[in-house]
Design a protein around this ligand. Structure first.
Ligand SMILES: [Fe+2]
Ligand SMILES: [Fe+2]
Length: 226
């Protein structure tokens, strides 16, 4: 049985079941900013189809094996050593960004050129994305070249650097939220072409991956060194 607990906070539900990010995003349920609402409040307020969310959540949790009967092979971030966590963050999330940011940059420039005259929001999306990508580039360097090596040698006196990185996470979170709004939750307009669909699909993946990435750092790795 992999039932979604409606009484827990929506923030907690994603912490325990990262696979729910996609389900919430598909149903336009805000799990970031409204993180301390209960799942049931959030679904109601954001006007989600309760039955569909429950069904999809159950399927996602069963596929990920993180429901009540979590099987072997399921990795809980809190069980990892800090070294393993860092390897996972760099190997998955940083690699994802290094691969996808340049691709998205091209895609967003392309659709701006083709559709910008009819979809003015593309100018703002282009700008917000460019600024975010620029920030993230130096953020990753700061983590990989400064913080992570320090953590590997005990993590003494990292408090200030960690706080700075957390502030950068907040800034990135705002940009991601803004992109979600500007794209109307990644809804491709009727006159959008295939590239438009690919660009919005990739933007949505970026938001989902960033959520898991920041969660692993802010809530699991960084508190060990505060
Ligand atoms: Fe990171
Ligand atoms: Fe980070």
């Amino acid at each position: 049985m992999h039932a979604l607990d409606l009484q827990q906070t929506i923030g907690n539900s994603v912490t325990e079941h990262p696979e729910l990010v996609k389900v919430y995003m598909d149903h336009q349920v805000d799990f970031c900013c409204g993180g301390d609402r209960t799942v049931s409040e959030a679904l109601e307020k954001d006007g989600a189809d309760l039955e569909a969310v429950l069904r999809e959540a159950e399927e996602a949790m069963a596929a990920a094996g993180t429901g009540a009967a979590a099987g072997p092979g399921v990795v809980l971030l809190s069980d990892l050593t800090s070294g393993e966590l860092v390897d996972r963050i760099v190997g998955r999330h940083h690699a994802f960004l290094k691969r996808e940011l340049p691709v998205l940059r091209e895609l967003l420039s392309t659709i701006l050129k083709v559709h910008g005259h009819r979809h003015e929001e593309l100018y703002e999306i282009h700008k917000v994305f460019r600024e975010l990508a620029l920030e993230l580039e130096s953020h990753l360097v700061k983590e990989e070249e400064e913080l992570f090596p320090k953590l590997a040698s005990g993590g003494k006196e990292c408090g200030e650097l960690i706080r700075e990185l957390e502030r950068e996470h907040d800034g990135a979170g705002e940009a991601l939220h803004r992109l979600t709004e500007l794209t109307d939750h990644f809804r491709v307009p009727a006159d959008g072409c295939r590239t438009y669909g690919i660009a919005y699909g990739k933007l949505q993946e970026l938001v989902a991956d960033m959520y898991l990435h920041v969660h692993a750092e802010n809530n699991v790795l960084f508190p060990r060194f505060h």
